[in-house]
Design a binder for this molecule. Structure first.
Ligand SMILES: *[C@@H]1O[C@H](CO)[C@@H](O)[C@H](O)[C@H]1NC(C)=O
Ligand SMILES: *[C@@H]1O[C@H](CO)[C@@H](O)[C@H](O)[C@H]1NC(C)=O
Ligand SMILES: *[C@@H]1O[C@H](CO)[C@@H](O)[C@H](O)[C@H]1NC(C)=O
Ligand SMILES: *[C@@H]1O[C@H](CO)[C@@H](O)[C@H](O)[C@H]1NC(C)=O
Ligand SMILES: *[C@@H]1O[C@H](CO)[C@@H](O)[C@H](O)[C@H]1NC(C)=O
Length: 503
């Protein structure tokens, strides 16, 4: 497919010219992780204080079967890390050819909690240890911090957390990628999950599947696979949540169609010349994107959106704009448009934490595997540029079937987007929702308008619920929702678990 090839070569040349290790796949994963733009000075993204932690006493999940997985220390983390496990568990018991790496941190507040919340990062090809280490784990070390700290909004306050490297080909996982569909990688996942649950004595728990970015495909497909097991002992799905997710036609609908209005709304971060701006606006019109938005970003939507074959030449406006802004601001971060130079130091970028020998030993990870945050090899092998997102992953977009299935089965799904994310744009995600039929209707029937209030009473975003779907827009928030808007993420988990009715 010419479109995808063109798109890749543009993006690849951007990646290479930025000095970032390029991988042909995993376009959501690895664009801006490494410091550049002069001597690195730590930029404080959020004000959060490190805290000391008292000694833990009892370990609920420690048994002969799990003791080999117990994590007793995390190098550089000067906390009592409490109860934590990690290691490899096979997809099929007794078969070591395919094994999946996980980190498990039980609920620290309520040991009797019978919920298990799974977190998946995207890519495809990126490791969910990013979520554990920088977004929603009990102890985190996000980019820009000199030291790790205890996360006041850790999801482990609310639920038992399981971060899983997904699929085969990612991180420490063992095995050679052979999958061409989401159905195949989800089948591996449920095999792993059953083995994990039996190892840890977990039965009759409510399962929640969450994640971000390309996990807009993983989360609904894994959730559907969990439902399809029809086994409440091990596979009782309670709901699902996805941040800045690739749920629809992502290149066109979630990026190209909406990128010019996004730039206009965020002009302070895009100091384009008048002629650059007018050329983008002209293309926005001539490519029909203005009409597309006027027609389909309506509540309720008038009808289904047409299938999109390929962008017309000159209409790949995301790449055009990204290229132009990267020439102006060498520290531009497509995941957080309000990032300025210097790029914050990232413990998962160069010389990543999880590739250290002492860390691998502490986490029971294979010592000979070279861990990178995003895989340098394809994790889907359906062919270069093939599949609806061009990732060699041939499954249909989530909005077509699996996301409606999960919604109708659980009536408890969150789709959220951050307004400072350029790689998956808020209004693009809304457009994708407006092309989804669930619980008897197409899209949202009324326009999202209810504020999400922050602790100080100010509005931090918009929330909207219809027919089991909670939509959230978070202001001033980048791609990684739990990292950039931890308070809102904490409330989202409370909603997901059924503890509150609105954020
Ligand atoms: C656990 O292992 C110990 C020694 O390795 C053994 O004595 C004990 O019986 C085992 N417990 C169970 C429940 O298997
Ligand atoms: C999480 O639990 C800890 C105590 O374990 C508490 O200090 C912290 O305030 C809790 N966070 C929230 C957001 O409630
Ligand atoms: C998103 O769409 C709404 C209409 O629903 C519009 O008012 C708003 O300006 C758009 N935002 C951006 C950033 O394009
Ligand atoms: C909208 O949904 C229809 C039918 O489900 C599908 O054929 C079409 O490709 C979708 N369009 C987009 C842009 O996702
Ligand atoms: C951009 O981020 C900085 C913190 O790094 C913050 O102080 C500032 O308010 C943000 N600007 C906008 C417009 O959100």
């Amino acid at each position: 497919m010419l479109l995808q090839n063109t798109l890749y070569s543009v993006l690849l040349s951007l990646l290479v010219s930025n000095g970032v290790l390029a991988s042909p796949f995993g376009r959501f994963g690895d664009i801006n992780r490494r410091p550049k733009g002069g001597p690195s000075k730590v930029k404080q993204l959020l004000e959060r204080e490190p805290q000391a932690k008292q000694q833990s006493t009892q370990f609920k999940y420690l048994s002969n079967a799990t003791s080999a997985f117990q994590v007793k220390s995390m190098p550089d983390f000067s906390f009592d890390i409490g109860e934590m496990y990690s290691g490899l568990i096979p997809v099929k018991s007794g078969d070591t050819s395919k094994e999946v790496f996980f980190v498990f941190q039980p609920n620290v507040v309520n040991p009797n909690d019978k919920t298990l919340t799974i977190w998946l990062n995207g890519g495809p090809g990126c490791s969910s240890l990013e979520g554990f280490f920088q977004e929603n784990g009990r102890f985190v070390w996000p980019p820009g911090y000199d030291a790790p700290f205890e996360n006041p909004y850790a999801w482990t306050n609310l639920t038992n957390m399981l971060w899983v490297e997904h699929p085969i080909g990612v991180g420490f996982n063992k095995g050679t990628p052979t999958a061409t569909t989401e159905e195949q990688v989800s089948s591996d996942f449920v095999g792993f999950l059953k083995n994990f649950e039996t190892t840890f004595g977990i039965e009759n728990y409510k399962i929640y599947v969450t994640g971000e970015s390309y996990a807009g495909r993983y989360v609904p497909y894994v959730s559907a696979a969990v439902l399809n097991q029809k086994d409440k002992n091990y596979f009782d799905l309670g709901g699902s949540m996805m941040y800045d997710p690739c749920i629809g036609q992502y290149d066109t609908v979630q990026e190209d169609t909406v990128v010019v209005p996004f730039i206009k709304a965020n002009q302070q971060f895009f100091p384009f010349s008048a002629s650059q701006m007018s050329s983008l606006e002209k293309s926005h019109k001539s490519c029909g994107y203005d009409t597309y938005i006027d027609t389909y970003l309506q509540f309720p939507p008038p009808k289904k959106q047409p299938a999109i074959a390929a962008s017309k030449s000159g209409c790949g406006l995301f790449n055009t704009a990204y290229n132009e802004i990267s020439n102006i601001n060498e520290c531009f971060n497509v995941y957080d448009v309000n990032q300025t130079c210097p790029t914050p130091v990232d413990q998962l970028g160069d010389n990543p934490y999880f590739n250290r020998a002492d860390v691998k030993a502490a986490f029971h990870a294979p010592s000979t595997t070279t861990w990178t945050e995003c895989s340098n090899n394809n994790v889907f092998v359906g062919g270069y540029g093939r599949g609806p997102e061009g990732e060699g992953d041939l499954s249909a977009d989530s909005i077509q079937k699996v996301l409606p299935q999960v919604l109708e089965a659980t009536n408890r799904v969150i789709v959220g987007n951050g307004d400072y994310d350029m790689i998956i744009i808020t209004n693009g995600t809304l457009l994708a929702i407006q092309n989804m039929t669930w619980n008897g209707d197409l899209g949202f029937q009324s326009k999202p308008a209810t504020p999400v209030l922050l602790p100080d009473g100010s509005s931090g975003g918009v929330q909207h619920q219809e027919r089991g779907l909670l939509w959230t827009e978070s202001f001033k928030t980048g791609h990684m929702g739990p990292e950039y808007a931890p308070y809102i993420a904490y409330k989202q988990v409370q909603w997901l678990l059924g503890q509150i009715d609105t954020l």
